[in-house]
Write a protein that binds this ligand. Structure first.
Ligand SMILES: [Fe+2]
Ligand SMILES: [Fe+2]
Length: 215
């Protein structure tokens, strides 16, 4: 990925997809982060789908349950099993790159998305508990959250990850993988499995509804 003038070489999602699917030269940690992004994007598509139902006033308790489960997943899984690794990579990158904007942009987005995601979940939880919340306000803030989450993932995939590949050598990757928080306790593993099942439940619900509409 290095080039002659020492400037970052950005590659698009399709190229990244090809590189990752080949697994050629991609460090295991980065391959995992890229795979997380693919799954998070699918989850965001499912959230948009359930939000469409909610907006059209066609939805019932199950749709609300799926929205809450999807928001819980997107608020919890990345914070516990994705962002900690990215934070380590970003801090190390900050010491090594002149492209500080790439680092700052990701870190700022992590903080902002946590706050936005919590607010969306709380509003939907209020609805589930019988409180009256303006539908437009609820849909509007959740659409903004989904859109900004997608932008963040796309920015990292198209800019941050290629930049990491350009700046870090094999020793850097080994060092980061050594100190990446190891999610090894039995409790954490069980919790991670629970969240993976939640993602499956939310995404498969969308696919089932789409199949029923277009048999
Ligand atoms: Fe991120
Ligand atoms: Fe990420």
């Amino acid at each position: 990925m290095a080039n002659n003038n020492n400037r970052p070489t950005y590659i698009g999602m399709r190229e990244m997809d090809e590189i990752t699917s080949n697994r050629a030269g991609i460090p295991a940690l980065l391959a995992q982060l890229y795979s997380d992004h693919t799954q998070l994007l699918e989850l965001l598509t499912a959230l948009d789908h359930y939000l469409d139902r909610f907006q059209d006033c066609q939805s019932g308790a199950e749709n609300l349950e799926l929205l809450l489960a999807g928001l819980d997943y997107i608020n919890t899984y990345p914070e516990k099993w994705h962002h900690p690794s990215e934070s380590l990579l970003l801090e190390k990158l900050r010491e090594r790159t002149t492209e500080k904007d790439i680092v700052d942009e990701s870190l700022l987005a992590h903080n902002a998305l946590v706050d936005q995601g919590k607010m969306c979940w709380q509003l939907f939880n209020s609805v589930a508990n019988g409180c009256i919340v303006g539908r437009d306000q609820l849909v509007g803030c959740t659409r903004t959250f989904i859109s900004e989450y997608r932008s963040h993932i796309n920015q990292e995939t198209a800019e941050l990850f290629p930049h990491l590949l350009m700046v870090f050598g094999p020793d850097d990757w080994q060092e980061v993988e050594r100190i990446t928080p190891e999610i090894s306790s039995a409790l954490n593993k069980l919790m991670k499995q629970d969240y993976e099942q939640t993602r499956e439940y939310v995404v498969s619900g969308m696919k089932r509804e789409a199949a029923a509409e277009n048999p």
